[in-house]
Every structure is written in structure tokens, then in C-alpha cells.
Design a protein. Structure first.
Length: 109
């Protein structure tokens, strides 16, 4: 998986609702991961980073880029849909700290 194509993303409201309806949850200091098995042969990613939690647009963009990149380079994810929610304080964290935490979560899914 060398790109983050549309087939690797949750695009529709029904896709998000499917995960939110019966999600399993994994929590890290900066993120909440909601995930559920899917019928497709690969993992898909959805992001839900709100202005309420991350006020500045450049911080939201930076964090989205980090999440997408760590997801893209993680090759051994099972067939599941994953939604990543941000927790308060994530905007103040350093990139290296966020990447380390994201890689730890991706490896445990």
C-alpha cells in the first residue's frame, strides 16, 4: 500500500455509521480508535477531528497528515474499518510523540 487511495478511506456517512453502531474501542493518550471488521479485504480509515478539540486549522491538518501517513505505511492491518477521534491536548503534542503513539496502536489492532 504505497498510496492512500479512495478505497482505503471511509467516505460515506453510512460507512461511519456502520463503525459507530458496533465499534470496539482502543484509547491512547491522544486518540480514540473506533474499529470494526469489514467485508472488504483491506483496512479503511476515517478521521473525525473536531474544531472543539483542535481549534486551529493548521494543527488539524498536521494531525490528519500524521494519522494518514502512519496508516498508509502500516502494511499488516486486518480487514477493518477504523475511525480516529482526537482527544484534548493532542494539538500541543510533538510530531514524534504522536507518530510513536500511532504506530503503537496500529501494531496492536
Amino acid at each position: 500500500m504505497n498510496e492512500f487511495s479512495q478505497s482505503r478511506r471511509l467516505l460515506k456517512k453510512t460507512d461511519y455509521d456502520h463503525v459507530f453502531h458496533q465499534a470496539k474501542k482502543m484509547v491512547s493518550p491522544h486518540f480514540i480508535f473506533l474499529y470494526r471488521d469489514n467485508a472488504i479485504d483491506h483496512a479503511r480509515l476515517g478521521l473525525a477531528l473536531s474544531k472543539k478539540v483542535i481549534a486551529k486549522a493548521h494543527d488539524r491538518s498536521r494531525i490528519k497528515r500524521l494519522i494518514r501517513e502512519t496508516f498508509r505505511v502500516t502494511h499488516r492491518l486486518p480487514a477493518m474499518d477504523v475511525i480516529v477521534l482526537a482527544r484534548s491536548g493532542v494539538a500541543k503534542a510533538q510530531n514524534s510523540e504522536l507518530i510513536e503513539g500511532l504506530q503503537r496502536i496500529w501494531s496492536t489492532l
